[in-house]
Design a protein around this ligand. Structure first.
Ligand SMILES: [Zn+2]
Length: 108
């Protein structure tokens, strides 16, 4: 099944789920603002780590995969945290909605 096979009702459900998840992510960012907002394509982000005397240190940005209640769609973004308190999280506008059947979780 591809996105082109979705019925109008499924497309509407996908749009509604994406909007709700974007709003949820925006609320998380508002409640707990990350040190930096990142694009979803980034897998690592370097920062000058306070715990390592300002040395450039990589933070792994892990995938967050949120399956819709119907199980058809998934909302994907990335976030990461360093022991020094530095945090990075995806911009809600750049997070993606995918078909769960086409794009499973990365599993790491
Ligand atoms: Zn750090």
């Amino acid at each position: 099944m591809t996105a082109a096979d979705l019925t109008p009702a499924e497309r509407a459900a996908a749009r509604a789920y994406r909007a709700a998840e974007k709003a949820r992510l925006a609320q998380i960012n508002a409640d707990s603002p990350p040190s930096v907002m990142v694009l979803p394509v980034l897998r690592n982000y370097r920062h000058e780590c306070a715990r390592r005397g300002g040395q450039s240190t990589s933070v792994l940005l892990k995938e967050v995969y949120r399956l819709s209640p119907c199980g058809r769609f998934a909302f994907i973004y990335r976030e990461g945290r360093c022991g020094c308190g530095f945090t990075a999280r995806c911009l809600p506008a750049r997070a993606r909605l995918v078909l769960a059947s086409e794009r499973p979780p990365l599993g790491r």
